[in-house]
Design a protein around this ligand. Structure first.
Ligand code: URA
Length: 443
């Protein structure tokens, strides 16, 4: 069977067998397939979709195209969290050390920012010296010792996914639910997890803004996890406005440290606790979400979570003094300018995509995987939808590298923040919980 046959079959709505997917992913990882044919197959999948068996076979082919982080000898639960990506979403930086401090191993594999969304690896690398490119052996040893490693997808893990993802990015075929689910799960299952918590963003700034798509993605990933004894729980969470105040890279590290010191913005802390509670229950460190929440709050209040973060930073080559004096260690923006309310009224919207694109325009994000970013730039948006504000009141700070970058940031905030006359209806931070037992609507 040639790749041309598979393209034609999928184009016409046919089924590709498990054996054919296995051969495809093997050849893809080996670099033996022509990009133009893989691209054509991707576009056929985008329009025709994959059935459940095809999704499983593609995911398994990508999983087995590389090595795995073998942690099966650990006696504690091994749970990771995956977010579909947002603006100001620095939850992983807080959650990983916090959950590890509560006794669940967190082999956390994260990504880089692309488009309007930020990436955990970029944020971590704003800490001088921090190395996210650990070998699998070093990552495993660190998880054994500290309960956590914060790493990126190396060429060793799911290399077929790495190639396919790059091609999807270049061909406008990222937003296909079976491809997204297979891609994420091939990497997560390579961490030999006993549980996975998904943070599926919904709303204006989400990768998949429609609720039905979010529910379908959650259900597909739950199904893939179930085939590998990895229970998956998904929380659908609000990305209609940025999470927390800091949006950028270094400033998000600073806000994460403030949260690990038992402070931080309320929405960021609350979402971290909700996701963390699911992780502790899946990792069998707590019998219920209520007990788990108590453990997490205790680890924030006692300083145990911050100490774990300090140990992880030091183990990965970063400067641990960032925990004591973040502003002295992290790169700082040369220019800081206030953004003030243009009129009296109520904040209606803080449009996350516009904020995220503003960070990219200032030099703090990337439009292609090859671009370098400036970690010092971004925004601190101290207002929230629903706040009553006065003309001239400072609602945000633009953190820029020069006057041109500040002007780009100002234009983005002018477009992103809308002030009107009456308060918008409140949107719940967590709207749904999805597990193998079904969908729960939350308040
Ligand atoms: N993240 C991934 O790893 N893969 C996708 O397809 C989308 C987001």
């Amino acid at each position: 069977m040639t790749l041309r046959d598979l393209i034609e079959r999928k184009r016409d709505g046919g089924h590709i067998t498990a054996e054919e997917w296995r051969d495809f992913t093997r050849d893809l990882a080996a670099g033996a397939l022509a990009d133009y044919q893989v691209s054509a197959l991707l576009m056929a999948i985008y329009f025709r979709g994959l059935d459940d068996d095809e999704t499983v076979a593609l995911m398994e082919g990508m999983l087995h195209s590389g090595r795995t982080l073998d942690l099966r000898h650990l006696t504690v639960g091994r749970v990771d969290k995956h977010s579909t990506g947002g603006v100001g979403d620095k939850v992983s930086l807080i959650l990983a050390p916090l959950v590890a401090a509560c006794g669940v191993a967190v082999p956390m594999m994260s990504g880089r920012g692309l488009g309007h969304t930020g990436g955990t690896l970029d944020k971590l690398e704003s800490i001088p010296g921090f190395d996210t490119r650990l070998t699998l052996e070093r990552a495993a040893a660190q998880v054994e010792r500290l309960g956590c490693a914060l790493i990126g997808q190396t060429g060793e893990i799911a290399p077929a996914d790495k190639r396919l993802y790059a091609m999807r990015d270049a061909t406008g075929t990222v937003e296909a639910i079976p491809l997204i689910a297979a891609s994420i799960m091939s990497k997560k299952l390579a961490e030999s997890l006993t549980g996975l918590v998904l943070d599926v963003k919904t709303g204006a700034g989400a990768f998949l803004p429609e609720l039905d798509d979010s529910l379908r993605l959650a259900a597909t990933m739950i199904g893939l996890g179930a085939r590998h004894d990895c229970p998956v729980v998904a929380l659908l969470t609000n990305m209609d406005s940025p999470l927390g105040e800091a949006c950028g890279n270094a400033n998000e590290v600073e806000e994460s440290i403030a949260t690990l010191k038992n402070g931080g913005p309320t929405d960021l802390r609350e979402l971290t606790l909700r996701l963390g509670a699911e992780m502790l229950v899946l990792g069998r460190a707590a019998p219920s979400a209520a007990v788990a929440r108590g453990l997490l709050e205790g680890a924030l209040a006692s300083g145990a979570a911050l100490e774990r973060f300090r140990e992880i930073v030091a183990a990965q080559g970063g400067d641990p003094r960032v925990c004591d004096a973040p502003a002295a260690v992290l790169p700082q923006p040369p220019v800081r300018e206030p953004w003030t309310a243009p009129r009296d009224g109520v904040v209606l919207r803080i449009e996350p995509r516009t904020v995220g694109r503003g960070i990219t325009a200032m030099g703090g994000g990337r439009s292609t995987m090859e671009e370098r970013i400036d970690p010092s730039v971004g925004f601190r948006i101290t207002t929230r939808p629903g706040d009553r504000v006065k003309r001239g009141e400072v609602l945000a700070t633009i953190e820029a590298r020069d006057a041109a970058s500040a002007a780009a940031g100002r234009a983005a905030l002018d477009a992103a923040i809308t002030i009107g006359d009456s308060a918008p209806p409140p949107i719940p931070l967590v709207s749904h919980r999805v597990s193998a037992s079904g969908v729960e609507l939350l308040g």
